[in-house]
Write a protein that binds this ligand. Structure first.
Ligand code: F0G
Length: 448
């Protein structure tokens, strides 16, 4: 049973099959190009798409819109201090703003950044600073059927192998993404957070956590890691950051807002440099490209994320979607992650070769069959990597009900039943930066 009820509603409608076919063609077989009104159940992302609480809306009225020294900023800084334990905060318009600000300060041409897995914008920001992103996912991540819990972990051995190869001096930053979005939203254990921090210290690198889904990660530690069952999510959430030098945060995830983010750090000099960079790219460092009311909503949301039973409801709803899909016979990456269920498109369409994007075909098929929008996070989104062709169905927070989830499972079952009728896709137009191609490329069925 959910611990909340709806206070505001937004109508949604399933367009007819013909309308969906036409919409998909107009969109160049890329779900990012669909109009949202043509989508019935929108699982493109959990980022900024959730429902805010009455307390968050109420706080927005208090927003102090002062250009400098806003009280709303002071309240955000207090939340960040209480919930995450960082003294210095630089607000930004969203997570990638924080990546730009922080990595612009920490990285130089030729540097190398290991991460359990870079998410797409993080990867692009590391590349944008002239540095090389290297993924060091846990070997367990490669097996979609292993039900091990912390498949999001950083592979410390891979980290040391990288040091052997490029030398410690080339690695100014070791990064860790919790939960690991590009590895099926899998969590990272507290033991691994500590081990990654030690690895960073050993090679004299800064330890940076991508904290987007820190509350969901804390939930998994509480429910699955020995020794934490009697600790609160709030205590665990804070303990995750104890050994980190800095974080980048997208408020659009576990600060439960529609827009916002921040970087936070301990080092005074890094803070001063980050503020200067923020002025250049985001805004004065007490508003960072946000209105005072956005900042208020984030200050409240950050606290809500670690207050029971929010995150239990949240992760359990994602697991419920996973269970419905498994019951419907759909190959699901195991176990389900914190914010999304990931489908294994390679298994749904074994007849479609990797170069013809089985994942993107599955995204199109889910839309055609039931107006459901997901996103490909495989060979199309991460070119040049050997990732499995996964399709992510990300649940917006506090938004859909059980009936919506059932529709998604029924839709996926329909796709499974006619899987042989689907063919591959080819890219016919793509942007210059290949790390960003999945956002705007246009595709066509291969047979055309
Ligand atoms: N890091 C991770 C792990 C993310 O998942 C995202 C965003 C970002 C950084 C960037 O944050 O969007 O606020 O600029 N992920 C969204 C997604 C877009 O759909 O997973 P942002």
């Amino acid at each position: 049973m959910k611990s909340y009820k709806a206070k505001m509603v937004e109508p949604i409608e399933l367009p007819s099959r013909e309308e969906r076919e036409a919409a998909l063609e107009r969109a160049g077989y890329n779900a990012f190009n669909l109009d949202a009104r043509d989508v019935y159940i929108d699982l493109l992302t959990d980022s900024g798409t959730g429902t805010m609480s009455a307390e968050q809306w109420a706080a927005m009225i208090r927003g102090d819109e002062a250009y400098a020294g806003s009280e709303s900023f002071a309240r955000l800084a207090e939340s960040v201090r209480d919930v995450m334990g960082f003294e210095h905060v630089v607000p930004t318009h969203q997570g990638r703003g924080a990546e730009n600000v922080l990595y612009g300060v920490l990285l130089e041409d030729g540097d190398v950044v290991p991460n359990n897995s870079h998410f797409d914008t993080t990867r692009a920001h590391v590349v944008n600073q002239g540095a090389e992103p290297v993924d060091c996912p846990s070997p367990a991540a490669r097996d979609p059927n292993s039900t091990e819990t912390f498949k999001g972990n950083f592979d410390i051995d891979a980290g040391y192998a990288l040091v052997e190869e490029v030398g410690a001096d080339a690695i100014p930053v070791v990064a860790l993404t919790i939960t690991n979005n590009s590895v099926a939203g899998q969590p990272v254990s507290m033991a691994n957070i500590r081990a990654t921090a030690e690895f960073a210290r050993d090679i004299d690198a800064m330890f940076v956590i991508d904290a987007c889904r820190f509350a969901e990660n804390a939930h998994f530690i509480k429910t699955h890691e020995a020794g934490y069952e009697n600790h609160s999510v709030a205590e665990i959430a804070r303990a995750q950051f104890e050994h980190a030098d800095a974080i980048t945060m997208s408020g659009k995830k576990d600060a439960l807002v529609n827009i916002g983010g921040f970087a936070a750090m301990r080092d005074e000099t890094v803070f001063e440099h980050a503020k200067q960079r923020a002025i250049l790219y985001e805004g004065f460092p007490t508003y960072g490209g946000l209105s005072g009311r956005d900042i208020e909503a984030m200050a409240v949301g950050l606290r809500e994320a670690v207050t029971p039973p929010y995150v239990t409801d949240r992760v359990e709803q994602v697991a419920e979607l996973g269970d419905l899909l498994v019951e419907a016979g759909v190959p699901v990456y195991q176990p389900t992650g914190g914010h999304a269920v990931y489908l294994d498109a390679g298994e749904v369409f074994p007849h479609i070769p990797k170069e013809e994007f089985p994942g993107q075909e599955l995204v199109c098929a889910l839309y055609l069959e039931g107006g459901v929008r997901g996103v490909e996070l495989g060979g199309f989104a991460f070119p040049g990597t050997d990732r499995p062709d996964l399709v992510r169905l990300a649940l917006p927070r506090r938004t859909y009900s059980r009936e919506h989830l059932e529709h998604v499972a029924e839709t996926a079952a329909k796709v499974m039943a006619s899987a042989g009728e689907y063919g591959g896709l080819e890219i016919v137009a793509e942007p210059p930066m290949k790390e960003l191609r999945h956002f705007s490329s246009r595709l066509e069925p291969v047979s055309n």
